[in-house]
Design a protein around this ligand. Structure first.
Ligand code: GLN
Length: 244
């Protein structure tokens, strides 16, 4: 890549409704890790009724069932367009409630099924108990191979078809507390139950997503320069395997 000013566009989906447990920290991490490397970031807040645009990376945070209901209806209006974006290589990161809506549906306890946009071949049904606590999952997507965070969900997510788990749980519950999977990915669409927020504690995964989004924008692999992640890595190490 010749030495020119790189740029990255971010679409933040419905932050006024889905931003539980500080999930905005994921956006801040991506923005800062780009700006620290001199990469220009175009940040687009996408609220109800707004155009979805054509961003390199989309983020959708977590939320309670009520907020998910409102967002699900809005997302579903653009289901085909989101599929076009996914198939063109756009990067998506969904956290918890946002993750659930990237699948086929979320079935709450005593309400109508919320239809998702099927970017992931996955579905979610509300479970009887709430999973709350720290999670460590082992992934083969990045090195180090650990992802850490905090889960708080009653939804049980099951993966099918070509959608793979983001990682295998070594501490905590993950997708459903049964099959040891945590999160999901298909093409450049990623979902996880890890709040905390997720990316500040997993800077290696943040860089992985940024590189995928740059590759989508410029059509070639772009290796990011290294940052001094001493504090982030220490935080990450402290949390690996920590249950409480
Ligand atoms: N309402 C969903 C559940 O409880 C998602 C919660 C969340 O985003 N933390 O599973």
């Amino acid at each position: 890549m010749e030495d020119k000013k790189l740029k990255l566009s971010i679409g933040h989906l419905y932050p006024r409704l889905l931003n539980l447990y500080g999930d905005i920290g994921n956006i801040i991490t991506i923005k800062r890790r780009c700006e620290w490397r001199g990469i220009d970031v175009e940040y687009n807040e996408i609220n109800m009724g707004d155009s979805i645009g054509n961003c390199d990376l989309y983020f959708i945070g977590g939320g309670q069932d009520k907020q998910q209901e409102d967002v699900a209806r809005e997302l579903y209006k653009n289901k085909e367009y989101f599929t076009t974006l996914r198939d063109a290589g756009a990067v998506f990161l969904g956290i918890c409630g946002g993750y659930q809506l990237l699948g086929h549906y979320y079935q709450p306890h005593d309400k109508e099924k919320l239809l998702g946009i099927s970017l992931l071949d996955a579905y979610t049904v509300a479970g009887k108990k709430r999973f709350i606590g720290n999670v460590t999952a082992k992934t083969d997507l990045v090195n180090p191979n650990s992802l850490v965070g905090f889960e708080n969900h009653s939804g049980l997510t099951y993966l099918q078809g070509e959608t793979k788990p983001l990682g295998i749980v070594s501490t905590g519950n993950g997708n459903n507390g049964q099959d040891k999977t945590e999160g999901a990915y298909y093409k450049n669409v990623f979902g996880t139950y890890l709040h905390g927020s997720f990316l500040p504690k997993n800077p290696h995964f943040a860089d992985y997503l940024i590189e995928l989004a740059l590759e989508k924008r410029y059509g070639e692999k772009i290796k990011l320069s290294r940052l001094n992640d001493e504090i982030e890595n220490k935080t990450h190490e402290l949390l690996v395997g920590k249950a409480y």
